[in-house]
Ligand binder design. Structure first.
Ligand code: PAF
Length: 434
């Protein structure tokens, strides 16, 4: 049995259908077993940029077929999926390329293995790095993971440079994804980067602990910062650009313009952190101007923040697509957060009660409970019984205006904040109630 890697690409709609059909057909071939598949990447067309964008993916197979026979099977699959060869870089329903075949190097009239440009294609390197970072490129004599880690990552310190660099990429037709962060990257951030990596040609993150969103008695000074570690994590995740400004480059001494999303900033965390969302909306409006991305990514964990940013972008006509992705959780359900690093062992153990209380709320709703006060009381009892946490608030609100509701109906947000020692944690769940 030989291990081989196959690259798949499609830029004729429905692209996803062609990729999935090709995969099914490969899996049905005698002598080929599918072993793994990468994510699907949406990519800028190579060469002829007037073509439509591609979806690309990589699969690992085990095969008893020789490389020429494997190629002829792939060509047959291309044909059954309507592939018409229209010269180099023409549009295609499906393109199937052998990237690697064991450690063989083959160059003849019909076949070139390893694929001569595989190491220059981001989607190949990202895809193979996901499924087989240890695979060796026999010509470069390098592991795929090492080729991946050698990609350049640009660190930009000033808003002016960030803006001109990202604008020039956009002008070249590159799709830019952006993940704003305050650093101390964790799995939650990395899941946003991963999604951005799949949906864009270029991924930028910002690392900036924004003083404007911390109250005078909050943890601005002690907020965890670790740029060296962040750089490593970002590089491993395939980030292309880190925007890492100095505070003085973001807020001049005479800074005097702020963005306030009125009304939806008032309830929930807004009640206990006056000025916080004004600081968030201001810095995000600035970041959207500095990094004119196509897509930006935020986590559902900061639910109120996500609502406010969407509202702000809509109200100020900022042309960006805002993607809110599910909360990433530790094994026991605790939502990942940079602030989890502050927790003592005991507090960390206890902190899982927050997620459990949200599960309890779901169970109660599934059982027919619709009175918000009853659900909140049961959640509070459960947290108080099983931890030393000090609950700041538990609220059930509608998702249109974030106003407290008495009776659950339609889409509702259950949100909470609690202190474990000095550490304030938040969590939430959006539920559709019939
Ligand atoms: O969620 C965060 O980390 C911050 O509030 C954000 C969105 C990066 C703004 O500073």
């Amino acid at each position: 049995m030989n291990k081989a890697y196959i690259g798949l690409g499609s830029n004729i709609f429905p692209r996803k259908f062609f990729i999935e059909s090709a995969l099914r057909k490969i899996a049905l071939e005698k002598g080929i077993t599918l072993k793994g598949r990468s994510s699907v990447y949406d990519t800028h067309p190579i060469g002829n940029s007037l073509q439509g964008r591609y979806l690309n993916s990589v699969v690992e197979v085990e095969t008893s077929l020789g490389p020429h026979e494997l190629l002829s099977r792939l060509l047959r699959i291309e044909k059954t999926l309507g592939r018409v060869r229209q010269g180099k870089n023409g549009p295609r329903t499906i393109d199937l390329d052998i990237l690697l075949y064991g450690d063989r190097v083959i160059r003849d009239n019909n076949i070139a293995i390893p694929h001569p440009r595989m190491h220059e294609r981001d989607f190949v390197i990202f895809g193979m790095n996901e499924i087989s970072p240890m695979a060796i490129h026999p010509v470069l004599n390098m592991a795929i993971g090492d080729i991946h880690n050698k990609r350049q990552m640009k660190i930009i310190r000033t808003p002016r440079e960030a803006h001109s660099y990202v604008s020039s990429l956009r002008q070249k037709g590159r799709r830019v994804g952006f993940v704003p962060t305050m650093g101390c990257l964790h799995e939650g951030h990395l899941s946003l980067v991963k999604k951005a990596r799949c949906e864009n040609d270029v991924v930028a993150i910002s690392i900036f602990v924004n003083p404007a969103q911390f109250g005078p008695r909050e943890d601005y000074k002690r907020y965890p910062r670790n740029f060296i570690e962040d750089k490593k994590l970002a590089k491993r995740a395939g980030v292309d650009i880190i925007f890492y400004p100095d505070t003085k480059n973001m807020y001049t001494p005479t800074h005097s313009t702020y963005v306030d999303a009125e009304d939806i900033s008032e309830n929930l965390c807004g009640r206990f952190r006056p000025g916080h969302f004004r600081g968030v909306a201001t810095v995000i409006a600035k970041l959207f101007n500095i990094i004119p991305a196509d897509n930006v990514y935020f986590g559902q964990k900061d639910a109120q923040q996500a609502f406010i940013i969407k509202r702000m972008a809509r109200d100020l006509n900022i042309p960006v697509n805002i993607r809110i992705l599910p909360t990433v959780r530790e094994k026991d359900g605790l939502a990942t957060s940079s602030r989890n690093a502050y927790l003592s062992k005991k507090e960390r153990r206890e902190a899982a009660v927050l997620f459990k209380s949200l599960l309890l709320a779901k169970d109660l709703i599934r059982g027919g409970e619709r009175r918000a006060a009853n659900i909140i009381k049961r959640m509070k009892d459960s947290i108080n019984k099983n931890s030393s946490a000090k609950i700041e608030y538990i609220a059930i609100v509608d998702t249109a205006g974030l106003k407290d509701i008495k009776t659950l109906k339609g889409e509702v947000l259950i949100a909470l904040a609690a202190y474990f020692g000095k550490t304030r944690l938040i969590d939430n769940s959006i539920i559709k109630v019939k």
